[in-house]
Design a protein around this ligand. Structure first.
Ligand code: HEC
Length: 399
């Protein structure tokens, strides 16, 4: 989850850093339009349909190069350079790249205009009366797949109990068997999986920060013309309804327009304010505040090693759970507060026995996490309630 949350251009639910496995090697005729498609993406079949429609529209033969993304969870070394290599030889255009519409790509990559919008959704049984997290009564159970970005959406919904399940299939099963009222899942994955399981579900758009994404195609300088033709073809397909047909349930009917993005962000005032503060260049120069004592951090270390290291690694480098130290964990752009992180720690951790430690132990572990992320110790002790309510930004202070 760590990179999913952090690298805005690599939510990488399936995108990966492994070498491309090209399933259709061989020489490509100059006039062909070639698309790279991630076989591991739940949207792969849809991307292929889209590519076919584009080829038909442009009246050129199309070819597909399927590369294999690493299964979700293994994306910590995700590297955009991988696309550079693919675009230099295998294809003109990489399909299905999720973009938040805000971030910049490295110089060697360019993105087309979005051709679809998608994102995380609340999935419920058909005709459920609960079409939003806020409307669910206290204690409602909502499933979420282990180690996905959607785990963050629970932070602002104290009424909902998160049930962590293994994968999308298990989440849909939990809905079918009424173990949970809903699930938070990635829309294309639901489209694919619900078909496989013959699960009859509804999907409701979420208004959480970073729940909505655009899908763009990537290209590099030599693919400029191909990208231009692609955009022109998409425009035609959009008008004649072919695009919607190709995308099917994979697309969110409400596109991620500027207006919608603003609405999403203003629905989370706290996060927005922090992000704005963080965006100011001087904010990074301000000294991090002292929030705990040295003795607290010292006492936190053995507790961390005993209770947390098995999943997060003895040096906080991440294992089954994400890294808890560094820029990937706490990028300035994420706008996390000490309260946000402490809420996760004290309510959801250890993942196997949430909330099982003493208040005092949680505070010591939190002190250790602050220390490890570059916050200085001071004279005042961190307290449980203070940490929970703290609006102090929590951003990695190291290089
Ligand atoms: C059994 C494995 C396991 C144990 C033990 C565990 N965690 Fe986690 N932790 C996870 C997983 C998995 C996640 C990712 C969230 C998810 O998908 O549910 C996570 C997420 C987190 C996060 C949020 C990370 C982020 O990137 O925002 C924090 C903070 C955290 N854990 C702290 C702790 C602390 C502190 C302890 C010890 C008290 C602990 N965890 C024990 C598995 C574990």
């Amino acid at each position: 989850m760590s990179t999913k949350r952090n690298s805005r251009f690599s939510p990488a639910f399936w995108l990966t850093a492994a070498a491309a496995v090209l399933t259709h090697g061989g020489a490509v005729q100059a006039r062909d339009l070639t698309f790279c498609i991630d076989e591991a993406s739940p949207a792969a079949a849809v991307d292929e349909k889209l590519g076919q429609a584009i080829g038909k529209q442009e009246n050129v033969p199309v070819q597909f190069y399927h590369y294999m993304g690493v299964p979700k969870g293994d994306d910590d070394d995700f590297d955009l350079h991988r696309y550079k290599g693919m675009l230099a030889g295998a294809c003109d255009i990489v399909l299905g790249f999720p973009s938040d519409g805000k971030s910049e790509l490295p110089k060697f990559l360019r993105a087309t205009q979005p051709y679809a919008s998608t994102g995380f959704v609340l999935v419920t049984a058909k005709r459920s009366r609960y079409n939003s997290l806020d409307r669910m009564p206290r204690g409602t159970h909502v499933a979420v797949a282990y180690n996905t970005y959607a785990n963050y959406f629970f932070r602002h919904h104290a009424n909902v109990v998160a049930d962590i399940v293994e994968d999308d299939a298990a989440a849909l099963q939990a809905i079918a068997s009424k173990q949970v009222t809903g699930a938070l899942l990635w829309r294309p994955a639901v489209a694919l999986q619900s078909e496989k399981q013959h699960a009859d579900v509804d999907m409701h758009a979420l208004s959480e920060t970073d729940s909505s994404w655009n899908l763009v195609a990537l290209y590099s300088a030599p693919g400029e013309k191909a990208a231009h033709d692609f955009e022109a073809a998409v425009a035609v397909l959009r008008t004649n309804g072919e695009l919607a047909r190709a995308l099917g349930r994979y697309e969110d009917a409400t596109p991620l327009t500027e207006a919608r993005r603003t609405a999403i962000q203003s629905s989370e005032p706290a996060a927005q304010t922090t992000m704005r503060t963080r965006a100011a260049p001087k904010a990074t120069c301000a000294a991090a505040p002292a929030l705990y004592t040295q003795a607290q951090a010292d006492a936190g270390k053995p507790l961390f090693l005993g209770k947390c290291a098995i999943c997060h690694g003895p040096t906080l480098e991440g294992r089954a759970g994400p890294a808890l130290k560094g820029k990937m964990f706490l990028p300035a752009s994420a706008g996390h507060t000490v309260g946000d992180i402490f809420t996760i720690v004290s309510q959801n951790m250890p993942a196997t026995l949430p909330g099982s430690l003493d208040h005092g132990d949680y505070v010591k572990i939190m002190s250790f996490l602050l220390q490890q992320n570059g916050y200085p110790s001071g004279a005042a002790e961190l307290t449980f309630d203070g940490a929970l309510k703290s609006k102090t930004p929590m951003v990695y202070q190291g290089p």
